[in-house]
Design a protein around this ligand. Structure first.
Ligand SMILES: [Zn+2]
Length: 321
């Protein structure tokens, strides 16, 4: 099973660059011991809440403030994805969080793209994250940046951050602009509660980062299914942030059986100490997922990628090779 899973061609649609900075690379860049960086970057298997989990991003972010480091980090991540047989990845991060040493937003994106370009065998698109808690002006800058790079390495935008503290309606205007400019988007929503799921549907999101809290309300599941929304589900991360108590309580299998469109993701390779193969294996061992289910899920995900129609066909061909 393990070998079969490793060999599967995979698609990764929900992956944060900062939360996936490897301990080895962080140790190299900071001069600290591996054990010290692990302590700073890996979240415990159970955090108090999402905010507690998000605290683990401060240290990796501090190492991601120069062009040189950003390039190295992006290249290192792409290499690890290729090793896990990921053939297409949408990698997300918030450019405004990489300006502590006065990099321009363009310099941040260019550095990441140049690192990704150096790795063969992986197609990528960046998703630029707007941040809950950032000012309207700052988020607008990210949105305009995404527009500038759309189709040139950037596939769309996201809204990340603490959904408990900042409600989605505060960012409504920005998503209206994204819609007008035809910038594809996904939204972190329904990760810790289901309060903003209806608002996200109203805004026209076709993908939700997580969305798993819809499980609390049958009508929400129906709405998600009827609107053909894809849930980017990251089970290990959801257990860590205490969205669900145990892995076996996670609703992923139920949602899949209820014909909700899902993709399996890891959120943060380092914070959550996981990669896609490990997550797939845990799912097969805990629930009744089969290799065939995993293949189907990956193929279905292609429809929801932020690729052009032509690229989607090419990716499907590559997947079926
Ligand atoms: Zn996420």
């Amino acid at each position: 099973m393990k070998e079969e899973i490793k060999k599967l061609k995979k698609i990764s649609l929900h992956l944060h660059l900062d939360g996936s900075l490897s301990c080895r690379m962080a140790s190299q860049l900071s001069g600290l011991k591996i054990s010290e960086v692990k302590e700073k970057m890996e979240a415990p298997s159970k955090c108090l809440n999402l905010a507690n989990y998000l605290e683990k991003f401060a240290f990796p972010l501090s190492l991601m403030q120069t062009k040189k480091n950003l390039k190295l980090i992006a290249k290192d991540l792409a290499t690890r994805l290729v090793n896990d047989n990921v053939i297409y990845a949408e990698i997300r991060f918030a450019p405004i969080l990489h300006q502590e040493r006065c990099l321009t937003l363009e310099e941040v994106v260019d550095a990441v793209l140049s690192g990704l370009k150096e790795v063969k065998g992986l197609k990528t698109n960046l998703i630029l994250c707007l941040m809950r808690g950032a000012s309207y002006e700052k988020n607008l800058e990210t949105l305009e940046l995404a527009y500038k790079y759309l189709g040139k390495g950037v596939g769309g935008i996201d809204l990340a951050g603490d959904e408990q503290q900042y409600r989605l309606k505060e960012y409504k205007e920005l998503f209206k602009i994204a819609k007008d400019k035809k910038i594809p988007f996904t939204i972190h929503v329904g990760e810790v509660n289901s309060k903003d799921i209806v608002e996200a549907i109203r805004l026209g999101a076709k993908r939700f980062g997580h969305g798993v809290k819809c499980i609390d309300d049958k009508r929400l599941i129906e709405l998600i299914r009827d609107n053909n929304i894809l849930l980017e589900i990251c089970p290990t991360s959801n257990i860590q942030t205490n969205a669900f108590k145990e892995y076996s309580n996670h609703p992923i299998y139920k949602l899949y059986k209820d014909k909700v469109n899902i993709t399996i993701d890891v959120d943060n390779m380092t914070t959550s100490k996981i990669n896609l193969s490990k997550e797939y294996l845990k799912l097969c061992e805990t629930f009744k997922f089969t290799i065939m289910d995993l293949k189907k899920i990956n193929i279905n995900s292609i429809n929801y990628t932020f690729l052009s129609s032509k690229e989607k066909i090419e990716l499907l061909e590559e997947m079926l090779k």
